[in-house]
Design a binder for this molecule. Sequence first.
Ligand code: BJW
Ligand code: ZN
Length: 237
Amino acid sequence: MKIDDEVLKKIKSAKTAFALTGAGSSAPSGIPTFRGSNGFWTDKTPFDVEEFNKNPQKVWEWHCEIREMIKKKAPNPSHFALANMQTVFRNFVVVTQNIDNLHQKAGSNRVIELHGNIYRNKCNDCGKIFGEINSKKIPECDKCGGLIRPDVVWFGEPLPYDALIKARAYAESSELCFVVGTSGVVQPAASIPLISKEKGAFVIEINREKTVLSEYVDYSIFGDAAVILPELYERLL
Ligand code: BJW
Ligand code: ZN
C-alpha cells in the first residue's frame, strides 16, 4: 500500500479517532453492498415504512432471509483491524451504518449503530424491543398487539436519536476520522465526516472507488478495506 509519509505522520499524531463504516467494510465477509452491481438494491426498490404498511409479511420475510444469510458470515480483516485500532487510539469508536453486528463480533467495544441491527426487532406501534425472532409469519407484540418489525432504519425514518447525537459528538471532537467502505450518499450518516472536517479533523477515506465524499476528504486510499486497514494498522505500531 502506498501512503505518504506526511499522512502517516498525521495519523500517528492523532490522539482521538473514530471510523464511519458502510457496507464496503462487510463486503469482504461476503455480505452484498446496497448499491452497485449485485447490491441489495440493484434490482429492488429500498424498503420504507410505506412498503411495510402495504405488505408487512413480505418485508418481514425479506429481513428474515437477510438475517439468516448474515448469520453465516464472519468478520473479515477490516473488522479486526478496526477493533485493533482501540489499542492505538484512546476511546476509538466505530460509527457504523451496518446492521450485521460484525464489528462487535470482531471485538470492537464501542460501536454506534446508526441504522439499527438486524438481530433486534421492535413493535411497529408501541416500540417495545425484542431480540431475534425465528418465525416465518410476522409476529405480533405481546404488549399492544401491533406488528413486530426489524429494528433497522428505513428511508424516511429518523435515525436513533442517541446514536446520532453520540456519533456527531465524536465527529466534532476527534482529531482523525476514517471513512470506510461507504458510498456516502445516505444522509444523515454521510455528513458525519464533513462535521469532522469542519472541526479540523484529518479525514481519510478507504474505498474501492471514488465516492461523493472523495473531494471533501483529506486523503483517499483506494482498494479493498480488508487489505488496506490491516496494513495501515501494522504501520501504526
Ligand atoms: C468497498 C469494498 C471493499 C465495496 N473495500 N470499499 C439530505 C439530502 C438528500 C436526502 C436526504 C437528506 N437527508 C435525509 C435524506 C433522505 C434519505 C437519504 O439519504 N436519501 C438519499 C439516498 C437520497 N435518508 C433517510 O431517509 C434517513 N432518514 C432520515 O434522514 O430521517 C430524517 C427524519 C427526521 C425526523 C423524522 C423523520 C425522518 C434514513 C436512512 C436509512 C438507510 N437505510 C438503509 C437500509 C437499512 C437496512 C434495511 O433496509 O434492512 O441503510 S439504506 C442502505 O444505505 C443501508 C446502508 O446502511 C446505507 C448506506 O449504504 P452504504 O453502507 O454506503 O453502502 P453502499 O452500497 O451504498 O456503498 C458501498 C461502498 O463500499 C461503495 O462505495 C463501494 O465502492 C465500497 N466497497 N467493497 C472498500 N472491499
Ligand atoms: Zn407493541
